[in-house]
Design a protein around this ligand. Structure first.
Ligand SMILES: [Zn+2]
Length: 257
């Protein structure tokens, strides 16, 4: 049985800076393969303090959606931990090109040899990690290269709508996802914002029609609005199960079967 475990659910700088929620990443097991998405600040600590503790040396890959700090702060230490402290060469890093090259790369050069494989996301590409097919979805999100992800696994198709400015076409890329995880930073829609608001997330969920939608990566307005209540309201409106992630929440694949 696969699962998605939310080590952290913080989004946006205010919530992350004050650690109103944990900003650790999302641990994924599908088809027996373990992956880590967006290792924000506190990921290694939260992984080891989890019950049962999560073991970085069991990871096959680290997936980085984009290089903003709340997604990438722990990427270097997690690469080292995946490689058993850098003593073994193991694991894959999948990341945007600007996380690796250019003026301000976030992946340190000295940890790169610890990895067996580094691949950069490209629109239309498909990546394979231990039997899982991973397809990046290009997002518009400020000035940094950003991707959402669609994973095809024995437990079905799983989509992560990471940080994104809403476009009506966005939902099309996530067609067929049985589990859809969405980064919903803002409760209310505002023009020209690089993050999804709750009404925009609702539109994506309505189009994709997943078996289960999980909201995460909350900014201050979502937290003040009570994410659990907002998710329950949305579920009622859409007639689709929608839940709000909490720090440490594990969602098992039976819930999206
Ligand atoms: Zn971001």
């Amino acid at each position: 049985m696969g699962y998605v475990k939310f080590l952290g659910t913080a989004g946006a700088r205010f919530v992350v800076a004050r650690q109103l929620r944990s900003s650790a990443g999302t641990w994924i097991e599908l088809g027996g393969t373990q992956l880590l998405l967006d290792p924000g600040p506190g990921t290694l600590l939260r992984a080891r303090k989890s019950r049962p503790a999560l073991d970085p040396t069991k990871l096959s890959a680290i997936l980085l959606s984009h290089k903003h700090l709340d997604h990438s702060t722990d990427v270097n230490i997690m690469i080292e931990a995946m490689a058993d402290g850098g003593f073994k060469r193991r694991g894959t890093l999948l990341a945007p090109g600007d996380a690796l090259e250019g003026d301000d790369p976030v992946v340190l050069r000295y940890v790169r040899p610890f990895l067996e494989r580094i691949e950069t996301w490209h629109a239309g590409a498909e990546h394979e990690v231990a039997g899982l097919a991973i397809r990046p979805v290009p997002h518009t999100h400020g000035s940094v290269e950003t991707y959402g992800l669609v994973l095809d696994s024995p437990e079905g198709r799983v989509g992560f709508v990471t940080d994104a400015k809403f476009t009506p076409e966005l939902a099309v890329s996530y067609a067929g996802c049985r589990l859809l995880v969405l980064n919903v930073v803002m409760r209310d829609w505002k023009p020209d914002v690089d993050h999804l608001s709750l009404p925009e997330a609702a539109e994506i969920i309505r189009t994709v029609q997943p078996k289960l939608a999980v909201l995460t990566h909350f900014g201050a307005t979502m937290l003040r609005g009570n994410p659990r209540g907002l998710a329950a309201e949305l579920a009622k409106t859409l007639g689709i199960p929608v839940i709000a992630a909490a720090d440490g929440l594990t969602v098992g694949s039976a819930e999206w079967a």
